[in-house]
Design a protein around this ligand. Structure first.
Ligand code: PRP
Ligand code: URA
Length: 220
C-alpha cells in the first residue's frame, strides 16, 4: 500500500515490525477470547502511546551521574492532555495514565449509527486550558473518519492548533486516513497498521471487528 502521500502518518510497524505483526495476529483472530484480546490490545496501545510521546518538544538538560560525569540529556517541554473518544477510546486511557501520571483527561462521547455509520455527538467535556496543551486524541479505530473528524472539530473549536493534536490509533482504514488528512493536513496520526478497505457496513477489512464490543465484552 502506498502511504507516501501521508507525511504526518507514523506507523508502529516501522519501528517494531515483528512485534506489531505478532500482537495484531492475536487481536485480529476472531477466535481470540476477551481476556487475551484485552491483554494484547493493551500491549499495542502502550507501544502506541510511547511512540506518540516522541513528538512532544524537548529542550536540552544536563545531569551529573553517580560517576561525577555529565550526561547531556533532554526534558519534555509543553503540557499535554489526553482526550478519549468514547466508548472505545476509554481502553487507551490507562496506558496514558501509566506513562503520564496525573494527566488531564477530556472525554467526547461519539457513537456511530449502526445502520448509517453516521457519527452522533452525545457529550463532551474537555480541560479548560486545553488550548495551551498538546492533545493526545485516543480512539483505536478509524473507519470512515466521521467520528474522529467530529472530535477534531470540537478540539479545534477550543483553540488547539491542528499541529498540536496527535491522534493515537490502532487500526486505520485508508478511506478514513484520506478523509482526515484532506481536512486536517497538519494533524499527526500514530497507528499500528493501515487496512485497505471498508465493508458494506463501514467496518474495516480485514480489521478486527468491533473493538469496543470485544474489549468491553458487549458482543451480541
Ligand atoms: C467506533 C470507533 C470509532 C468509530 C470509527 O466507535 O471506536 O469511534 O467507530 O468509525 P468511523 O471512523 O466510521 O467514524 P463506535 O461508534 O462503534 O462506538 P464504540 O466506541 O462504543 O464501539
Ligand atoms: N468501529 C470498530 O470498532 N470497528 C470497525 O471496523 C469500524 C468501526
Amino acid at each position: 500500500m502506498d502511504l507516501s502521500g501521508f507525511p504526518n502518518l507514523h506507523l508502529l510497524t516501522d519501528i517494531f515490525p515483528n512485534q506489531v505483526k505478532g500482537l495484531m495476529t492475536i487481536i485480529r483472530d476472531r477466535e481470540t477470547d476477551r481476556d487475551r484480546f484485552i491483554f494484547y490490545a493493551d500491549r499495542l496501545i502502550r507501544l502506541l502511546v510511547e511512540r506518540s510521546l516522541e513528538f512532544l518538544p524537548v529542550a536540552p538538560e544536563s545531569v551529573v551521574t553517580p560517576t561525577d560525569a555529565t550526561y547531556a540529556g533532554a526534558r519534555f517541554l509543553g503540557q499535554i492532555c489526553a482526550v478519549s473518544v468514547l466508548r472505545a477510546g476509554e481502553s487507551m486511557e490507562m496506558a496514558v495514565r501509566d506513562v503520564c501520571g496525573k494527566v488531564r483527561l477530556g472525554k467526547i462521547l461519539i457513537q456511530r449509527d449502526e445502520e448509517t455509520a453516521e457519527p452522533h455527538l452525545y457529550y463532551s467535556k474537555l480541560p479548560p486550558d486545553i488550548s495551551d496543551r498538546w492533545v493526545l486524541l485516543l480512539d483505536p479505530m478509524l473507519a470512515t473518519g466521521g467520528s474522529i473528524i467530529k472530535a477534531i472539530e470540537i478540539i479545534k473549536e477550543k483553540g488547539v492548533p491542528e499541529e498540536r493534536i496527535i491522534f493515537v490509533n490502532l487500526v486505520s482504514a485508508l478511506f478514513g486516513l484520506n478523509r482526515v488528512f484532506s481536512r486536517f493536513p497538519q494533524i499527526r496520526i500514530v497507528t499500528a497498521e493501515v487496512d485497505p478497505e471498508l465493508n458494506d457496513r463501514c467496518y474495516i477489512v480485514p480489521g478486527l471487528g468491533d473493538f469496543g464490543d470485544r474489549y468491553f465484552g458487549t458482543e451480541r
